[in-house]
Structures are given as C-alpha cells and as structure tokens.
Design a binder for this molecule. Structure first.
Ligand code: GDP
Length: 439
C-alpha cells in the first residue's frame, strides 16, 4: 500500500497515480539524439517495405484492369473475363513494385463475373466473405502464441474502388446493396468508370445524384482525412469532386511535342492525365500520393478493429464484467470452457435420450412384427388342422366305402360259388338220370 494524501491505495494504483501527475517540461543542456526518431522510423519502414491491397468492384468490361495499369504505370497480367461466369469469384494477384528505394507489395483483387448473373441477389456475398477471410487470417496470426506479424503478408483490403457504370441516370440497386454491405468492412472510394462516354453537364448532375443516393441510403464511403494540417486542404478540396470520373488507357498518344496517355477517337483525344478531361489525376493523388497511409491505418484501426471486436465478443471475451471490473482472460476462458462442457453434456444427454427412444421404437416395431407373425402362424396352424381333419374324414369315408365294397365283393363271390355248386349238382343229377334210363 502507498499513501496518497490521507487515502491508502494499493500498490497497483501507484503507476496510475504517477502518470496522472502533471508533466514537467525540462530543457536539455546538450544534444541527446532522440530527434532522430522520425528518421529511424522512416529507415525501418523503408527497409521493411510496404504493402497495399486494392479491391476493384465493378461489372466485367467496365475498365478495372485498364485503370489499374494506368494508375501504376505498368501492365499487370489479366485474362479478359467472359460474361458467362456462374457466380462472382475474387481473384487476387500480388506484385512487387519499386519506386526510388521504396518497395511496395501491391495486391490487386478483381471481382470476376460481378454483374453477369440474371439473379444478382447474392453477388455481394463472395466479396464480403473474401474481406472477412483476410481479417480472420490476420486475427489468427495475432492470436498465435508465436506471432510473426513483422513479416506477415497482410492481405487485408485497404481500398475498395467501386466502379460505377457511366449511365448518367442513377446508381443501380446492385451498386447500392453491394456498397451498403461493404461500407463497414472496407474504405470505399466510388468512381465513375469510362467517364469519356458521358457529356460534361450530364456528368455533373450524375455525380450529385450518386452522392445524394449514397447519403439517403446510408452508405458510408471513405472520407479523406482533414484532421492533419498538411493534407487537410487538398483532401477537403478533392472530396467535392467525388465520385471521381476516370478514364483509363495505357496507350501513349503524341500531343503537341509530348507523349501522353490518352484515348483517341475520330473526333478527338481524351487525355487521361488532363484534369479538364477527367478526374484520373485526382484519384491517383488521393489514393496513392496523399492518403495511402491513412487508408492502411483506417483499415487497421477502424475496419479490422470492428471485425476483431465482434469476433472476440462472439467468442465470449469482454473488456469489463457486468460490475465494470476488468475482465480476466482466465475467467473468460474458464467460463467459456464450462459453457462448452455444459453444452457437450446436454448434447450427449440429448443423443442418449434419442438413442433410447429409437431403441424403444425399434423394439415396439419388432414386437408388433412378432405378434403379426404369431397370428399368421396360428391361422396357418388352424387352417392346417382343419385341412387335416377334412382329409382324415375323407380317408375314413373312403375306408368305409372300401370295407363295404369288400363285404359286397365277398357276398357276391359266395353267392357265385353257391350258384356254381348247385349248378354242378344239378348237372350230376341229370347225368345220373340219363344213365339210369339207358340201362
Ligand atoms: P475489366 O473487365 O473491368 O477489367 O475491363 P477492361 O479493363 O478489360 O476494359 C474493357 C474494355 O473497356 C477494353 O476494351 C478497354 O479498352 C475499355 N476501356 C477501359 N477503360 C476505358 C475508359 O476509360 N473509357 C473507354 N471508353 N473505354 C475503356
């Protein structure tokens, strides 16, 4: 215990008490060297390299691959997708890029087959699942006992470029639904693709329509940060131009005496990097040159944090218990373990009861079958006995008939032999008579 004024406080509160004391400013009497900390940070970050992951959401053929090539001034590999995909699938490709001495591991994720199905109800699901899977992978790495976040390939999506078709009307329901499902998971930057196909006055109206639809539907898009002095002005100015109307092309066209990226038409040339022609430069400034670090930071501190919080709460972790005391990890683990064991026991009991019930049912079925068998057997036995009795009666009848027949036969034979005997005696008498008359 330590004494603070007249109050006795436990030792664990000592640290809190110290940091609550007012900070004193001291001037150094010589150079110490901690003013090199920012340089140390820059050197460390530069040697580690950076990673940046972009998700391109938009219909097949809307110009996603072309814009990526134009943005990074290179030709990324891409196989043109057909419109026959049965569903939406996400395809990620990673590249190592270097500018001056800064290395960037860039991952571009394409939504193959987006908008190509007749039923588009579930089109957003694979995208949400992909984003969550990257958060989950990071969370799993964080929860490991031996973490290696230092050289972990972070695949969490830092920016989602949402490609809006240049219809000049309004957002499609697919766009609104998808953006709404994604806005709490990723930094959405809406862009109007193929802006060279829409007239200037129509584009202006289209932009305001899109922004008002996003607001009325509660879709939260990425807000360029204005809290830091160095970027506040440019970010505030650029926000007005959202959604950026972009044109993509890697084709170099001679304009005056310079070569520039442009799209050539029979009636003229659209220069990609001319701010009077489209907002490509604004997008590049905002996405890469000014806010890349903020996008990375927002992903970690806002979107990932939300995912992590929900996931840990789902698993039963809390910061404080109902009495507002700090929640112990050990207690949470024990509580969760007991809950799990309880559920397991309940399940086991349910399964046992189910098993007993099924056995009883089977037993009853078997008994019923046995009873039916017995009844059948009895019936058969009875029929057999009746049949046997009938046969025996018939046999008796037949035997009686045979006996009668035998008796009749014996009587007939007796009669016949008597008749024969009397016939023979008569013949002898007649013979004797004859002989007597001769003599
Ligand atoms: P993805 O399927 O979304 O990756 O689309 P692609 O980048 O492969 O582009 C499909 C077609 O649209 C190609 O013929 C491109 O040349 C064309 N395209 C790309 N960007 C633009 C653009 O800004 N304006 C016009 N008019 N066509 C474009």
């Amino acid at each position: 215990m330590v004494e603070m004024g007249s109050v006795q406080v436990p030792n664990s509160f000592k640290y809190v008490a110290c940091i609550n004391e007012e900070l004193r400013n001291l001037s150094l009497s010589g150079h110490v060297g901690f003013d090199s900390l920012p340089d140390q940070l820059v050197n460390k970050s530069t040697s580690q390299g950076f990673c940046f992951n972009i998700l391109c959401v938009g219909e097949t053929g809307i110009g996603k691959s072309t814009l990526m090539d134009t943005l990074f001034n290179t030709k990324f590999e891409s196989d043109p997708a057909t419109h026959n995909e049965p569903g939406v699938r996400l395809k990620a490709r990673s590249y190592e890029l270097q500018e001056s001495n800064v290395r960037l591991k860039l991952t571009i994720v394409d939504t193959v087959g987006f908008g190509d199905q007749i039923n588009k109800d579930d089109s957003y699901k694979p995208i949400v699942e992909y984003i969550d899977a990257q958060f989950e992978a990071y969370l799993q790495e964080e929860l490991k006992i031996k973490r290696s976040l230092f050289n972990y390939h972070d695949t969490r999506i830092h920016a989602c470029l949402y490609f809006i078709a240049p219809t000049g009307h309004s957002l499609k329901s697919l766009d609104l639904v998808t953006m709404k499902k994604l806005d709490s998971k990723v930094n959405i930057i809406p862009i109007i693709a193929k802006a060279d196909t829409i007239a200037k006055n129509e584009l202006h109206k289209f932009k305001s329509k899109i922004m008002s639809e996003l607001v009325s539907n509660g879709v939260q898009i990425y807000q360029f940060p204005t809290d830091e002095e160095t970027v506040a002005e440019i970010n505030a100015t650029m926000s007005v131009h959202l959604p950026f109307a972009v044109v993509g092309s890697t084709e170099e066209v001679k304009i005056g005496n310079k070569m520039a990226k442009a799209r050539q038409y029979p009636w003229g040339v659209v220069q990609v990097e001319n701010e009077n022609h489209c907002d490509f430069v604004k997008l590049r400034e905002m996405l890469i040159r000014v806010n890349m670090e903020d996008l990375r930071e927002q992903t970690h501190t806002r979107h990932y944090e939300l995912y992590r919080r929900c996931k840990l709460e789902e698993m039963g972790f809390k910061d404080t218990d109902p009495d507002s005391k700090p929640f112990s990890l050990q207690e949470t683990y024990e509580a969760k373990r007991n809950e799990f064991l309880g559920e397991l026991q309940k399940k086991e009991e349910e399964m046992r009861q189910m098993f007993v019930m099924r056995v009883k049912e089977k037993e009853a079925e078997l008994k019923e079958a046995e009873k039916e068998l017995h009844e059948k057997f009895d019936l058969l036995k009875r029929t057999h006995q009746e049949e046997k009795k009938k046969v025996e009666d018939k046999k008796k009848e037949l035997e009686e008939e045979v006996n009668n027949f035998q008796k009749k036969k014996a009587a007939a034979q007796l009669l016949q032999s008597q008749a024969q005997q009397s016939g023979a005696q008569q013949t002898k008498k007649d013979k004797d008579k004859k002989n007597a008359s001769f003599t």
